[in-house]
Design a protein around this ligand. Structure first.
Ligand SMILES: [Zn+2]
Length: 428
């Protein structure tokens, strides 16, 4: 496209400073020729011809248990695979595994990440079974697909001897799910700071969406304690579970708007010692999300008021109040900040160009992912699937179909190279 390129050059010469949208345009145009670059083509071919290798890594990693805070074994396996590519690999203080593909300009880095952890407890059965074209196992798609994609792209770049302009970091990070509270990504963003120019998060399957908006969320833990006692002989003493039920019924009747979309989930209850004991403690974990952070604050206040009222109801109705009363508190156990990728960002331009190159169309989505952290700090970030189809995330019936995975992997690689640039461009 010589005409278009010339037009951009003219505009660039006429402008005293480069605006972000022009930078994005220039990169996008460069991207069109990216897929034609001989080494890039070699890497893309590698992705096409090594789908079995990629699936084998996915199965191997999925079968290593990795609940949040217990990711070490899976992290070690990822480290071995990345090291085999000849990349310098290290493990940071929180347990993230980072492989570096040094660029010509090491002062700037771009990151491709995939979270290691799953929501499943350590002893969940996770033998991957095949059902026709499907692989079935908890965590197979979220985030077996992302991890396999990370390794496949790293290997393809290595095989094709691609040297990027900016250094590429391949990061398998801890603590994305639940109470991990994005601690792995927080540590990565902290470590690389201003050098970090873009983050591409691989999470699950698919090629039909790009998460550009970070959904804010807050997780709370309600704790109610009391004296406890015997179900028969101490009947009438205040009961923490009764208080929780009274408060919860009030809370779930809270009206939330459809727009901005706002949700709550009572996700986990623990407490009590036996069926014939008045419990001395109960805890409830609650997830609050909204497109508007003000709505989250409103829900937090509602939760506090409802639990306070539930505890008061229980105390007011207790026949025996002399031997102790109920105490309650609410702990913040997770907080994910919101944020949004600018429409004229270089990263979005690179993603759009990659979509064009593979003939794909993406819809923009809002979600709560590792990308929340860089986005909330003004660093360009997206979260995308690593191809194929998957479903049943966070359930024991989770499944993945590798069919068409190569499209997703190419999309990832072209987006990544779109923001890293190629060092060889300068010498040719
Ligand atoms: Zn995930």
């Amino acid at each position: 496209m010589p005409v278009k390129r010339m037009a951009v050059c003219v505009i660039l010469l006429a402008m005293p400073m480069r605006s972000p949208s022009l930078t994005a345009k220039v990169r996008a145009i460069r991207q069109n020729s990216l897929a034609e670059h001989p080494q890039v083509r070699e890497a893309l071919d590698w992705l096409d011809h090594n789908l079995d290798w990629t699936t084998a890594q996915q199965i191997r990693l999925t079968e290593i248990p990795a609940p949040s805070f217990q990711e070490e074994k899976r992290a070690q396996a990822v480290k071995e695979i990345l090291s085999a590519e000849g990349l310098p690999v290290y493990t940071d203080k929180v347990g993230n595994v980072i492989g570096e593909l040094r660029g010509a300009d090491d002062k700037e880095v771009v990151m491709l990440s995939a979270h290691l952890d799953t929501v499943f407890p350590e002893h969940t059965a996770i033998n991957v079974r095949r059902e026709g074209d499907r692989l079935v196992a908890p965590g197979i798609s979220d985030n077996g697909t992302g991890l396999a994609g990370l390794l496949a792209v790293a290997r393809a770049l290595h095989v094709a001897k691609i040297r990027p302009e900016r250094t590429i970091l391949f990061a398998a990070n801890v603590g994305e799910e639940g109470e991990g509270n994005l601690r792995g990504m927080r540590a990565l963003v902290d470590e690389y700071g201003k050098r970090l120019k873009a983050v591409i998060v691989l999470d699950g399957s698919g090629i039909d969406y790009v998460t550009t908006k970070a959904l804010a969320s807050r997780r709370e833990e309600v704790v109610i304690t009391g004296p406890g006692g015997h179900s028969w002989s101490d009947f009438g003493m205040p009961n923490p579970i009764n208080a929780l039920v009274r408060g919860s019924v009030r809370f779930i009747n809270t009206k939330v708007p459809a727009s901005p979309r706002t949700t709550f989930n009572l996700g986990q209850v623990e407490g009590g010692t036996s069926v014939n004991s008045i419990p001395y403690e109960v805890t409830l974990k609650v997830d609050l999300r909204s497109e508007d952070e003000d709505e989250i604050v409103r829900l937090e206040n509602a939760l506090r008021e409802c639990i306070a009222a539930g505890v008061k109801d229980e105390m007011d109705n207790a026949r025996e109040r002399t031997r102790g009363k109920l105490e309650w508190k609410i702990n913040l156990i997770g907080s994910r900040p919101g944020g949004e990728l600018a429409g004229n960002s270089a990263l979005l331009a690179a993603l759009n160009a990659a979509d064009d190159a593979i003939g794909n169309k993406s819809r923009n989505e809002r979600s709560s992912t590792d990308a929340n952290i860089p986005l909330s700090m003004g660093i360009e970030a997206i979260s995308i699937g690593a191809g194929g189809n998957g479903g049943g995330a966070h359930s024991l019936q989770e499944w993945y179909e590798p069919m068409g995975r190569e499209q997703g992997l190419k999309r990832v690689m072209l987006t990544l190279l779109g923001v890293s640039g190629l060092a060889t461009e300068k010498t040719q």
